[in-house]
Design a protein around this ligand. Sequence first.
Ligand SMILES: NC(=O)c1ccc[n+]([C@@H]2O[C@H](COP(=O)([O-])OP(=O)(O)OC[C@H]3O[C@@H](n4cnc5c(N)ncnc54)[C@H](OP(=O)(O)O)[C@@H]3O)[C@@H](O)[C@H]2O)c1
Length: 386
Amino acid sequence: MTRKIAILGATGSIGRSTLDLIEAAPDRFEIVALTAASNVEQLAEDAERTGARLAVVADEALLPQLRERLSGTNIHAAAGPAALAEAAAGEADLVMAAIVGCAGLAPVMAAVQAGKTVALANKEALVTAGALMLDAATRHGATLLPVDSEHNAIFQCLAGQDAHRVARLILTASGGPFRCSTAEEMANVTPAEAVAHPNWSMGAKISVDSATMMNKGLELIEAHYLFGLPGERINIVVHPQSIVHSLVEFADGSMLAQLGPSDMRVPIAHVLAWPERMATHVERLDLLAAARLDFEAPDELRFPALRLARQALDAARSAPIVLNAANEVAVAAFLAGAIHFPDIAATVERALDTMDEPAPNSIEEVIALDLQARGVADRMIAELAA
Ligand SMILES: NC(=O)c1ccc[n+]([C@@H]2O[C@H](COP(=O)([O-])OP(=O)(O)OC[C@H]3O[C@@H](n4cnc5c(N)ncnc54)[C@H](OP(=O)(O)O)[C@@H]3O)[C@@H](O)[C@H]2O)c1
């Protein structure tokens, strides 16, 4: 039996790595649906090549272009939020959730409510709606499998273990391209420098998040929801080689770690085949060539995003949504050249100081709070740019 796969965000970095693995194992997998935001050409090409039955573009204005491109094929072209939800909740057995940002939240929730196995790369969905998503997963019998390399590492370390005997989780962080830079040096870095990650090849947004270390902050919140531990039992350790992807310490003092190459196809393959394992053509980790593993404490003075994420997790209420929304807006502004690198964390901090609302009770309330926080961050950025 082949496993039917839908890829939300098929044209992105995680989406393409997923396609690469699936196309190398046609006896195991079948693509049923692919989605993109606006990259019609890539989406259509992938849909045709893989034999997908549904191709969805988020931007409704691009539907005529997608229809035209797919005319003469059996692939159904669709667009907009309802079509994204249809791709998520349709015939797939496993949904790869690889849309970037809070835009992925509604489709992920549609997959969860349809009781799917969801391979979750879209960390922003869990950061903004973690409690609601876990509750929906329980009610609808959905399974969440972590794709983020750190959370996937922890998931692997916990397999077969007594979850009640976990003392703490240790998330590793590469430290990003500015690990050794001073605050003065970081003040004037360019978007090109910020997206040039030393170890991983990723989309622009997560690359900037790695440079500010907000990525690790979002992962802290993600780990809290996925593994049910309070923030104080989730530590962050900088590990520049990105070989140890994360660790679990148990009550008896044992630590288990998962190691592997810095290639997202490894955790993606793990969730695609789970609970089995599949062969991949990924280049193997050469321990002798790697030679050493270094660990150091993160510097929350140079990387305030870490402190802000911890603060948002502790504050709860609307704080994780505000943290995420302000960060998305500020990262986009930085990539567009409108603000400086340190303004990203400064904008997030000001937004957290400005907005404090009760915790949302529904996805609609999450989306409304997200929009409100974006408005707050937009105003702050306009002031900075003036
Ligand atoms: N890349 C990694 O190595 C990595 C590792 C761990 C976790 N993650 C997480 O995985 C997610 C995806 O990251 P990525 O690096 O693959 O991002 P990416 O390369 O920027 O790709 C994003 C994907 O989402 C689509 N998309 C963007 N905005 C959308 C919207 N408003 N509505 C619907 N679709 C939209 C894009 O379509 P278009 O191409 O048409 O714009 C693209 O297919 C993120 O949440 C990230 O944190 C990534």
